[in-house]
Design a protein around this ligand. Structure first.
Ligand SMILES: CC(C)N1CCN(Cc2ccc(Cn3ccc4ccc(-c5n[nH]c(N)c5C#N)cc43)cc2)CC1
Length: 227
């Protein structure tokens, strides 16, 4: 999978070079390319923003640099999905990550200030598949942190990125339930014991206990996830 990220803060995306995604990049499983939007400006100050039509607080990102950088990225004709992170977007969920992990190429457009001139979304949607997605119901200062989360959630689902695919099967939000609690050695720690069933060797009992724990945790913490 190829992932392009357009941003005015390319250094923020540097964290993608470490850990799992770093190894995935090094082995070619993920081809992540970060592009500095300011490279598509041509004035002395490398200006990417201007005042909003209609007045109001803050600045809006100018359409011209975005048009130029997307002209280049969309020239390959390989049908990428173009994602605009925005507080006004469709909630990004695990099903979204699973769906995006099936794409051959993703392009993430990180806005800043009060957002990107809407005509960029409109013009891009006339020549590519576009989604406006939100990381959650809270406000960030720009799209970069959201894209880091989205790229990690998607990248880890690409075959080969996670060493043990089995660890992808029983995760939170898989199958609509939160994951069961996990334990490791020692069996007794600061007076707290590991549940006996987990040390019983009875795999059927362990599976039942884990399902019950997932259901109870979901009822307690996220009843909205239950059918
Ligand atoms: C003037 C006045 C009436 N407006 C009132 C509503 N405000 C909403 C507003 C607030 C901040 C930002 C900062 N920002 C710029 C690009 C950008 C991309 C993603 C996110 C983002 N925030 N939270 C998420 N889950 C996100 C995602 N994904 C935030 C971004 C953008 C937009 C804008 C100002």
């Amino acid at each position: 999978m190829r992932i392009d990220v357009v941003t005015i803060f390319p250094e923020v995306l540097g964290v993608l070079d470490v850990s799992l995604l770093g190894r995935a990049r090094a082995t070619g499983l993920l081809d992540v390319r970060v592009h500095d939007l300011r490279d598509a400006t041509h004035d002395r100050h490398r200006t990417v923003d201007d005042t909003p039509y209609g007045g109001g607080a803050g600045m809006v990102m100018r359409p011209e640099p975005w048009g130029e950088v997307l002209d280049g990225l969309l020239a390959d004709g390989d049908d990428p999905l173009v994602v605009f992170p925005t507080p006004a977007g469709t909630p990004f969920t695990q099903p979204t990550a699973v769906r995006w992990a099936g794409e051959r190429r993703l392009i993430f457009c990180c806005g800043r200030y009060e957002g990107i001139d809407q005509r960029v979304v409109e013009h891009t949607a006339a020549r590519a598949r576009v989604e406006e997605a939100s990381l959650g119901d809270f406000v960030l200062n720009g799209g970069e942190v959201a894209v880091l989360a989205m790229v990690e959630a998607v990248g880890r689902l690409v075959p080969g990125v996670i060493g043990n695919p089995a660890s992808l099967t029983e995760e939170s939000h898989e199958g609509g339930l939160l994951e069961y609690p996990s334990y490791t050695k020692p069996a007794l720690w600061r007076g707290l014991e590991v549940p006996a069933v987990l040390r019983s060797g009875d795999h059927g009992a362990v599976a039942r206990w884990r399902r019950e724990q997932s259901e109870a945790r979901t009822r307690r913490v996220r009843p909205d996830l239950l059918p």
